[in-house]
Design a protein. Structure first.
Lengths: 563, 271
């Protein structure tokens, strides 16, 4: 049986045993001292069980999280030490290799020229001149740099093979070769090397290669791993027994076991919320850092990104055109997002609000009991289904209608069809939230209006709606942030063209659609084209965050007034 | 309509004070909420230009009675009102009576101050506006000022008429609501425990106001405070379990109650 299974079972048994002991001891203490226990007997059981299982589990979790890394580091450090002669030889050869040094000089030269060309382009642009010549010079130097780099890599590879071949094919020699291969590899190759070695050593997964060097590394890992595994198991069991004994010694009649157990539980609850918060922070920071990389790639010309009128990220993948003015101008996306959001809100706000008024003020309880859940079903329809509906039903219908009315340029994928369907999607948000808010308006206000001789509709228009207004505004803002962040409907129904237009019958594109387009398919992950998606994401996040904060503030103010 | 099989409740009537003009007259007034009997065949004559207090333990039907007078029970779906209630001889429950117009004649003030989410000025101007009582801005300004003055609030709010009504204190809000009711120049003002949400000083201020309003309006006030009923009212009606038990001049009810239940209630045996 696997040692981990044995340890787990033993811990389980010990924990259960601890619980029973705690209970028994508490009952005995009650008998001895003639009555008074601070907590119910079970709490003493939980207390001992927590001290038995808790520290041991933490040790096992730490081992699970960091054990493999430590084993790898220790094993590979040992192998690298054995490879020291090879490494010294390699460094000597590299320093003395004439061809390699010539290539290095050439690369430095190309880099210098490229930098000069870049400066010249900037100067020419500032002076209002055409930077065309300098741009082709920059392209030439960039190509030269790339070619020299490839030659450098090739020469270095030759030296590596030459040095490695010097080690004898004995066990010691192969161990040295393994250490050397690991030392010479860049980071991502090192990870692959380690993964393969672990696969060979512990049969965890499939190795992509199986060389003598990998087998040597695997052999080096095994004993280290064993030491760690047994010591972790031993430590866990020792902690379990120790915790049990210590906790048992503390159990007396007056001991506040209940408070201790509850402190642990509240700690666990806090941990859960901390995880949620940290995840959010992690998402925000990853967005932020990738966006910073994008802004660096466009030379911090933020205004061009935020105010530029032309969005065509495709032409910018060529090295000489990075940051070319206009390529990353996001205004057409903002305009497209705004247009579709506007259309959606024009549909959702009146329909949602009126249905909320009907539901809360006019509908009989029987109608309300049926209509409200039906309306809320709309909120459960997957957005991709709305997408079908927009693309296959609404889009063609609108196109045909526009053609019939004499508008020749009508297309299927239009801002109007995406906006209409998105509006339908948002109706339940606005109607449900507004309904709650209208219901929260105190009955005394309505009575006051009726007692003044107001009719029902006067009471609603003059008194109930003004009272509910902040909450309704909050509902509308929340619906709006949904509309801005909505992706699937616009991907399917709004088209891709980054047109800067106010005509709802043309196809437009939104922030979310562009993020999808930029990040799907074969992409290099460090081109500014891909990084632009993160910057767009950051803008989107900031927008919806601000809308949500405002909306929540408004709704909160409303609640404070009436509760 | 379910037929009431049990005998009609018998009410002790004290002799009315000489010269009492009847403003509101109820005959066999019965209210049911769903199946529950809330008011059982009430027979009463209430005077104009006087304060009538309705007292009784919780759930005795006094608020229900009040809400019959301006047909506020119409807003409760389950409420069924039968019998007759007349103001100046005119049948309130008659189909030809538009409750909207009726409520312009019968103002109402509620337990909790409920100013509308509007400015102080707009709160008072609301009634005149929806009933078209003012010909122009000047006339409306005059109505607002008069009403606020009558409610004893003008001096406190004259310089901030356009702040929200909810910015006032609880007692001020209640007086604002009274001004709002006065603004449509009603004949009757109903008050449903108008002081129960107020502190003693604000209460004293409202009671003073009620005493002043008596000159021009018929006031009917529901209250849980016996002391308040004794202080402000000229006539008192004691309700118990939906029935009117005893009715007469306040002084007589409090000094010489004839029904055992009335005596028990005003001496604090139950309630």
């Amino acid at each position: 049986m696997q040692i981990s299974v044995i340890v787990a079972l033993t811990l389980l048994v010990l924990t259960a045993f601890g619980f029973l002991i705690g209970r028994r001891r508490a009952l005995a203490a009650r008998g001895a001292s003639g009555g008074r226990l601070h907590s119910l007997p079970n709490y003493y059981g939980y207390y001992i069980a927590l001290w038995t299982g808790g520290p041991a589990l933490i040790v096992l979790a730490l081992y699970g999280a960091m054990g493999a890394g430590l084993v790898n580091t220790l094993a590979m450090t040992q192998l690298e030490r054995e490879a020291a002669p090879l490494i010294a030889e390699f460094e000597r050869q590299l320093d003395n290799d004439a061809a390699y040094r010539a290539l290095l000089a050439q690369a430095a030269d190309a880099e210098l020229d490229a930098m000069e060309a870049r400066e010249a382009i900037a100067l020419a642009r500032d002076a209002g001149l055409d930077p065309q010549d300098f741009q082709s010079e920059l392209a030439r130097q960039t190509t030269r740099l790339t070619e020299t780099g490839a030659q450098l890599d090739a020469r270095r590879g030759e030296i590596v093979r030459d040095v490695a071949a010097r080690a004898p094919s004995t066990d010691a020699g192969i161990r040295a070769r393994a250490g050397f291969e690991y030392w010479i590899s860049p980071n991502e190759r090192r990870e692959l090397f380690l993964a393969d070695a672990r696969a060979i050593a512990f049969g965890a997964g499939l190795a992509s290669r199986n060389t003598p060097e990998l087998r040597a590394a695997a052999l080096a890992m095994r004993p280290v791993e064993d030491v760690f595994r047994y010591s972790a198991a031993g430590l866990a069991l020792a902690l379990a027994v120790g915790g049990l004994a210590w906790a048992r010694s503390r159990v007396r009649g007056a001991f506040r076991a209940r408070n201790r157990v509850e402190a642990v539980i509240s700690g666990l609850l806090m941990l859960a919320s901390v995880i949620a918060i940290l995840t959010t922070l992690g998402i925000v920071f990853s967005l932020l850092f990738e966006s910073l990389r994008f802004f660096a790639a466009i030379d911090w010309r933020l205004h061009e990104f935020l105010l530029g009128l032309q969005w065509s990220p495709q032409i910018a993948i060529r090295a000489d055109q990075i940051g070319q003015s206009g390529a990353f101008g996001a205004v057409p996306l903002f305009a497209g997002t705004a247009l579709i959001t506007l259309i959606a809100m024009l549909v959702a706000v009146p329909v949602g609000l009126f249905s909320a008024i009907y539901m809360s003020e006019y509908a009989t309880p029987r109608v309300r009991a049926v209509a409200k859940p039906v309306l809320e079903v709309l909120a459960g329809v997957p957005t991709v289904v709305y997408g079908f509906f927009a693309l296959l039903t609404v889009g063609p219908f609108l196109r045909d209608a526009a053609l019939f009315l004499g508008y020749e340029d009508a297309v299927t994928q239009s801002a109007l069809s995406a906006g209409l369907v998105m509006g339908v999607m948002i109706i339940p948000f606005i109607s449900s939230l507004s309904d709650d808010v209208i219901n929260a308006v105190p009955q005394t206000l309505r009575d006051g209006a009726y007692a003044m001789g107001a009719t029902k509709s006067e009471a609603i228009r003059h008194v109930v709606l003004p009272a509910a207004l902040p909450g309704v505004v909050g509902a509308i803002l929340l619906g709006m942030s949904r509309a801005i962040g909505e992706t699937m409907i616009v991907v399917m129904a709004a088209g891709q063209g980054a047109n800067l237009t106010a005509n709802p019958l043309e196809s437009v594109t939104t922030i979310t659609v562009q993020i999808v387009t930029l990040l799907t398919g074969d992409q290099e992950f460090d081109s500014s084209k891909t990084l632009a998606a993160f910057a767009l994401g950051l803008v989107l996040f900031t927008l919806t965050l601000m809308l949500n904060i405002i909306a929540l503030r408004v709704v909160q103010r409303f609640r404070e007034r009436y509760e | 309509m379910a037929h009431d099989t049990h005998p009609a409740p018998s009410t002790v009537y004290h002799p009315a004070p000489p010269g009492m003009d009847t403003k509101i007259a109820a005959r066999d007034l019965t209210v049911r909420y769903g199946g529950a009997l809330a008011l059982d065949r009430v027979h009463i004559d209430m005077p104009g230009r006087a304060v009538t207090a309705c007292i009784g333990p919780s759930g005795c039907g006094k608020s229900t009675f009040l809400r019959c007078i301006n047909r506020m029970n119409d807003t409760i779906d389950t409420a069924r009102v039968t019998g007759s209630i007349r103001i100046d001889g005119e049948e309130v429950n008659d189909r030809s009576i538009d409750p909207v117009l009726l409520r312009a004649r019968v103002g109402m003030v509620f337990q909790k101050p409920n100013p509308f989410p509007k400015s102080i000025y707009e709160n008072v101007a609301y009634g005149p506006r929806i009933h078209g009582l003012a010909a122009g801005k000047d006339e409306l300004d005059a109505i607002v000022e008069t009403s606020l003055t009558k409610a004893g609030l003008w001096k406190e709010v004259a310089d901030r008429l356009h702040q929200p009504g909810t910015s006032l204190s609880g007692g001020q809000q209640q007086r604002l609501v009274i001004a709002r009711a006065i603004a449509v120049n009603p004949e009757v003002i109903l008050m449903d425990e108008p002081c129960s949400a107020l502190d003693p000083i604000a209460t004293a201020r409202i009671e003073e106001l009620i005493d002043e309003l008596r000159e021009n309006y018929a006031l009917i006030i529901v209250t849980h405070s016996m002391a308040q009923a004794a202080r402000v009212s000229q006539m008192t009606a004691f309700f118990h379990l939906g029935a009117l038990v005893e009715y007469g001049p306040t002084e007589e009810i409090f000094t010489n109650p004839r029904d055992q239940r009335t005596q028990d209630y005003i001496t604090g045996r139950f309630g």
